[in-house]
Design a binder for this molecule. Structure first.
Ligand code: 1CP
Length: 349
C-alpha cells in the first residue's frame, strides 16, 4: 500500500487534493549527496549496475526534496547494451558507443534481450528500492523510445542533428524498421519486468522526437511507442514524453497511455483545446526558470499551474533539471506547486 499515491491518482484522472510534483533527472548531480557518493566510485556504470547504490540515489531526492515520486536510477542506454552494443559514460561529456550500427550484419548481431538475464541489475535495483521506500511514494520505471535508442546506436554519441541516424531513415528504411522492431520487443519485456519488480508507473522518453519531420515521426517512432503502450499490463499507467514533438500530441491522445509529457515549448491550453481531458498532462516549467530568484521561480511556477488547471496535471519541468541548478530553487518550485495547488483546490485563490 502506498502512503502517497497522488501521482497515480492524477495519472488515472482521479481527483487529487493537490497537484503531484517530481522532476526529471531529480536523482543526480543537483544533489550534493549524489555527487559525494558518485565521487567515491569508478564511474557512472558502477552506480547504475550496483542495485544497493542505485536504490540509494533513487531515494535521495525523496528525502532531500520531498517529491511525490521516485524514478529508478538507471539510463536509457542500458537497453542497447543488453542487445549487444556496449556503452561508455565519458566523464563530463556523456555516453559513447565504441561500436555503432551501420550495416544489416550489425542489426542481425543485435539480440532481443531477456530482461532477467541482461538487465537483471535494474530489476534488482527496483526490488531493493521498493523495499527501502516502504510505500512512501510510487516508483517510476522507464525506458527510451525505440527511435531515441536507435539514434544513439547509429550515431554512437549525443549530437545536435543525429544526421547519421536520420540518414538511415532515408537511405535504408527497411533496416531502420528491423532495428526498431528489435528495440521495441526488448523494451516491451523490459518494462513488463520493471512492473513485475515493483514499478508503479512507466515513462517512455523520446528525447529526440523533435528532430524528425511529422511523417517520419509517425512511421519511425510513434507506432512503436503505441505498441509499447498496448503491451503494458492493465492498470499500470504509461507516460509518453516526446520532447519537441508538439505535432504528435494529437496522435498520443489515441494511445493506450494515461499521461502525456510536455516540454517547455508547448502551451498546455492549446494541447487541452486539441485533445480534451481524457489524458493527464505532465510538465512543463522551463528548466532555466530555476536559475531565477526565489520570487521569479514562484511566479513562473504559479503561471505554469494556472495554464494547466487543477486536475489531470502532474507538475514537472519541461525536460531534465540542469546539474548546476541550486537545489534550494528546486525546493521553491516543489513547495510552490504543493502550496498553490492546495489553496486553488480549496477555492482560496
Ligand atoms: O555523471 C553522471 O552522473 C552522469 C549524468 C547522467 C545521469 C545522472 C547520465 C548520463 N544519465 C543519468 C541518469 C538518468 N538518465 C536517469 C535517472 C535519473 C533521474 O531521472 O532522476 C534517467 C531517467 C535518464 C534518461 C536518459 N539518459 C535520457 C532520457 C531523458 C532525457 O534527459 O532526455 C537520455 C537522452 C539519456 C542519455 C544520457 N545519459 C547521460 C547523458 C549525459 C545523456 C544525454 C546525452 C546526450 O546529450 O545525448
Amino acid at each position: 500500500m502506498l502512503k502517497n499515491d497522488l501521482l497515480l491518482r492524477a495519472a488515472r484522472g482521479e481527483e487529487t487534493e493537490r497537484t503531484p510534483v517530481w522532476l526529471m533527472r531529480q536523482a543526480g548531480r543537483i544533489l550534493p549527496e549524489y555527487r559525494a557518493l558518485r565521487g567515491r566510485l569508478s564511474g557512472f556504470k558502477e552506480l547504475v549496475e550496483t542495485p544497493e547504490l542505485a536504490a540509494e540515489v533513487t531515494i535521495q531526492p525523496v528525502d532531500a526534496l520531498d517529491v511525490d515520486a521516485a524514478i529508478i536510477f538507471s539510463d536509457i542506454l542500458v537497453v542497447p547494451e543488453a542487445m549487444g552494443l556496449t556503452y561508455e559514460m565519458v566523464e563530463a561529456r556523456g555516453p559513447l558507443f565504441p561500436e555503432t550500427i551501420k550495416t544489416a550484419q550489425d542489426v542481425a548481431r543485435m539480440r532481443v534481450a531477456d530482461p532477467e538475464e541482461h538487465l537483471g541489475y535494474v530489476l534488482e535495483a527496483i526490488r531493493v528500492t521498493k523495499r527501502a521506500l516502504n510505500g512512501r511514494v510510487p516508483l517510476i520505471g522507464f525506458a527510451g523510445a525505440p527511435w531515441t535508442i536507435l539514434a544513439y546506436m547509429v550515431e554512437g554519441h549525443g549530437s545536435k542533428t543525429f544526421s547519421k541516424a536520420r540518414r538511415m531513415l532515408y537511405t535504408n528504411p527497411a533496416l531502420a524498421h528491423e532495428l526498431l522492431d528489435k528495440i521495441t520487443r526488448t523494451t516491451i519485456t523490459y518494462l513488463q519486468a520493471q512492473v513485475e519488480a515493483g514499478a508503479n508507473i512507466v515513462q517512455v522518453f523520446d528525447s529526440w522526437a523533435g528532430i524528425l519531420p511529422p511523417d517520419h515521426y509517425r512511421e519511425f517512432s510513434a507506432r512503436y511507442i503505441a505498441a509499447i503502450c498496448d503491451a503494458m499490463p492493465e492498470g499500470v499507467p504509461v507516460t509518453v514524453f516526446a520532447k519537441g514533438a508538439w505535432f504528435a500530441v494529437s496522435d498520443f491522445a489515441h494511445f493506450n497511455c494515461r499521461t502525456i509529457g510536455l516540454d517547455w515549448n508547448e502551451d498546455p491550453r492549446l494541447v487541452r483545446a486539441a485533445i480534451g481531458y481524457d489524458k493527464t498532462l505532465q510538465g512543463n516549467l522551463d528548466p532555466c526558470a530555476l536559475y531565477g530568484s526565489r520570487e521569479q521561480v514562484q511566479t513562473a511556477t504559479i503561471e505554469m499551474l494556472r495554464r494547466f488547471g487543477p486536475q489531470r496535471h502532474i507538475a514537472n519541468l519541461g525536460h531534465g533539471v540542469y546539474p548546476d541548478t541550486d537545489p534550494d530553487n528546486v525546493r521553491v518550485f516543489i513547495n510552490t506547486v504543493k502550496e498553490f495547488s492546495t489553496l486553488a483546490r480549496q477555492g482560496a485563490i
